[in-house]
Design a protein around this ligand. Structure first.
Ligand SMILES: [Zn+2]
Length: 262
């Protein structure tokens, strides 16, 4: 087997194991539950999961999607986010190879996966994830400066300013949206998330992220308006999908402008 194929398969499994952990973090953190204690258990009957019931995806298939003890259905979101994390780690490797960009990519993807799980389930984007995630990315940017001999100003300070700019733009969107809709249009978590997106994708592409996310979310918010659903729509997952598409396609403003000018 070629080295690239072996590494690719390893990245996929590596991602699935992390995805399995992100499920736990995404479900427990907003509830102020400890991430390490108690160990994984069935939410219905508290049956403690044995090691062979904890293998990403394989355990789910083996158990036919049911708790071994009480036979209650296990949410499909567990294997879904495991497979998704695996796939996105693999794609990060195929797009960037093994270098600092790869590590920034998987850190960014990890943040987006955890906040999406928690935003879908609880409408909460935990600050802890954004703070720890941003800190990790800033450290990675610093390491990149040392390796590539880039100035701290260009390699770290500029990305941070990009993040702050993106944060400020979405904050203005929120003020405007609150006025138009006469209710809270965007959650604080979405706005803080834009800092991380700006940090990684740059200011320009973080604005494109907002537009693509709104475009994907629009049909769904119209449906929710027609149904007169008072539920707020979690915007975090749409921002995440949009940011990952931009990250892995390496889309930039020049290519977008060229597309429209041609
Ligand atoms: Zn059970």
């Amino acid at each position: 087997m070629s080295l690239e194929l072996t590494t690719g398969i390893m990245m996929f499994f590596f991602g699935m194991v992390f995805g399995s952990f992100y499920n736990v973090v995404g479900y427990r953190l907003p509830n102020n539950m400890s991430i390490v204690y108690p160990s994984s258990h069935c939410p219905n009957c508290n049956h403690k999961l044995k090691f062979y019931e904890l293998i990403p995806i394989i355990s789910y298939l083996f158990l036919l999607g049911k708790c071994k003890n009480c036979k209650k259905r296990i949410s499909l979101s567990y294997p879904f986010f495991e497979a998704l994390t695996g796939l996105l780690f693999l794609l990060s490797y195929l797009v960037f190879g093994i270098n600092i960009k790869f590590f920034i990519s998987i850190t960014f993807i990890s943040i987006l996966i955890i906040i999406s799980i928690s935003d879908i389930k609880y409408y909460i984007i935990p600050d802890e994830v954004l703070i720890v995630g941003s800190a990790l990315i800033i450290i990675e940017l610093l390491i990149n400066c040392l390796i590539q001999d880039i100035s701290i100003l260009n390699g770290v300070v500029l990305p941070i300013l990009n993040g702050l700019g993106a944060f400020a733009v979405l904050y203005l969107f929120k003020i405007f949206g609150d006025m138009v809709f006469q209710r809270e249009s965007l959650g604080g978590g979405d706005i803080k998330l834009l800092f991380v997106i700006g940090l990684v994708l740059g200011f320009d592409m973080s604005i494109v992220t907002i537009f693509i996310a709104s475009f994907i979310a629009l049909p769904l918010s119209v449906i929710s308006l027609i149904k007169n659903d008072s539920n707020i729509l979690p915007f975090g997952p749409y921002l995440s999908i949009s940011a990952v598409l931009i990250l892995l396609s390496e889309l930039n403003l020049e290519s977008i402008l060229q597309f429209f000018i041609k």
